[in-house]
Design a protein around this ligand. Structure first.
Ligand code: FAD
Length: 384
């Protein structure tokens, strides 16, 4: 049976462990879903989409302020049967990122209250400052601000909120090594928003703290073109700092299984980086074991905060430019996973610089070279 957004699979959370040391200011978690009840297949490089749940205490507080009973039945446009408003707010609707239609609706039903004046005079005005206010208030925050004095009716409220969307996580295991499990690596998101309110990322916090071990979670696999070369004997270069390590753990597990069954695999080179070696070397022991067994030919590490001058994966790539160019010109596949806005751009620029230096390319020729690598699936990115 195919599982997708409309027909998700219920995977049970089997294991969770923080990968960083106690002293780290980062929180990256390794989670394992039990998929032994069948029906969910995947390959290395695929992602899993996870439907998160909003914080239980936040939903309880919203309903207390609105004076709406948890079991009040509501109808959601995308679900067949009626469900309780508690379940609607906890599992199906987004209560942090509130759409314009929500604010307009609330402004209209609250015309004669302080809340209505605030919404109509401050939030619904088109200038940029008001747009920031609209984007920065969660449902709970706006209710708290006006002490829950609000006439919202249950069905009106749920019809104006956005659907809670699934979040994607790169699968960090190989199906050959873990037939009944899907592993993921989750960086827990928390930050202070534009008006000074603390925000916790919904899915990452649900997975790290909210979900109980054994809990059934709605998921589905998203097939990706990010995949190992079809010829297992091809050489691979993997660049995966932070949570970007996820698919490469799967790649290395897969290659280990091939070798354990008597097969041959090509050489593998991993560039990993994070803040500090002592606390943030994610899967450090496993990676060392892959190195010792020869599955990982080269392991190069960049810990940015272990010395005064920050060192990143792209700096290690540049240090090894000659050998790296020799791998690429001899047919190695290049993979990059992790942060899209900074890391992936810096890595690509460094790779282009190497191509210009050793391939004697102009900038345009280097761009064409990487385009042709992309077309041949020899340069693949899984960035977010
Ligand atoms: C193909 C793919 C693969 C992925 N793989 C992984 C993976 O392996 N591991 C992983 O951890 N994540 C991965 N992600 C990201 C993941 O899907 C989620 O986006 C991430 O976990 C955050 O979700 P959340 O629900 O916790 O946060 P949300 O509640 O969605 O909040 C995140 C949003 O908060 C805002 N925000 C975040 N930080 C700040 C800030 N400092 N200041 C202001 N606003 C901010 C941004 O708008 C951001 O989009 C992947 C994404 C894709 C598309």
């Amino acid at each position: 049976m195919t599982h997708n957004r409309d027909n998700p699979f219920i995977a049970h959370l089997k294991f969770r462990r923080r990968l960083n040391g106690q002293a780290s200011d980062k929180n990256v978690q390794h989670l394992i879903f039990d998929v032994s009840n069948g029906g969910l297949s995947y390959k290395c490089g695929d992602s899993i989409a996870v439907f998160p749940k909003n914080s239980e205490s936040e939903v309880v507080e919203i309903l207390r302020l609105l004076k709406i009973a948890h079991e009040t039945q509501v109808k959601l446009p995308f679900l067949g049967e009626k469900i309780s408003i508690f379940s609607a707010l906890r599992e199906y609707l987004c209560v942090t990122n509130l759409p314009d239609q929500f604010w307009k609706w609330l402004g209209e039903i609250e015309t004669d209250s302080d809340m209505g004046s605030f919404i109509n005079d401050k939030i619904l005005r088109p200038d940029p400052e008001c747009q920031v206010l609209a984007k920065s208030h969660s449902l709970l925050e706006i209710l708290k601000k006006f002490d829950g004095r609000c006439k919202a009716d249950p069905n009106g409220l749920v019809s104006k909120l956005r659907r809670l969307m699934p979040r994607l996580y790169s699968i960090a295991s190989s199906p050959l090594a873990n037939r009944n499990e899907i592993h993921i690596v989750v960086g827990v998101v928390s930050y202070t928003n534009a008006i000074g309110n603390k925000r916790n990322g919904i899915a990452s916090n649900y997975l790290a703290h909210g979900a109980n071990i054994g809990e059934g979670i709605r998921v589905f696999v998203v097939n990706s073109t990010f995949a190992l070369p079809t010829n297992a004997e091809s050489n691979i270069i993997m660049v995966g700092p932070g949570t970007g390590i996820a698919p490469f753990r799967g790649f290395l597990q897969e290659r280990q299984c091939v070798v354990d069954k008597g097969g041959k695999v090509g050489e593998s080179w991993l560039f990993f980086g994070d803040r500090n070696h002592a606390t943030d070397f994610l899967f450090g022991e496993e990676l060392q074991t892959f190195k010792d067994s020869g599955i990982l030919t080269n392991l190069d590490l960049a810990f940015s905060r272990d010395q005064e001058n920050k060192i990143y994966v792209q700096d290690r790539i540049w240090e090894h430019r000659k050998e790296l160019w020799s791998w690429i010109s001899n047919g190695a596949y290049v993979y990059v996973c992790g942060n899209a806005s900074k890391m992936a751009v810096d890595v690509e620029n460094t790779l282009k610089k190497i191509a210009m230096k050793f391939g004697n390319f102009t900038e345009d020729e280097a761009n064409d070279f990487f385009k042709s690598l992309r077309d041949d699936r020899r340069y693949q990115k899984d960035v977010y």
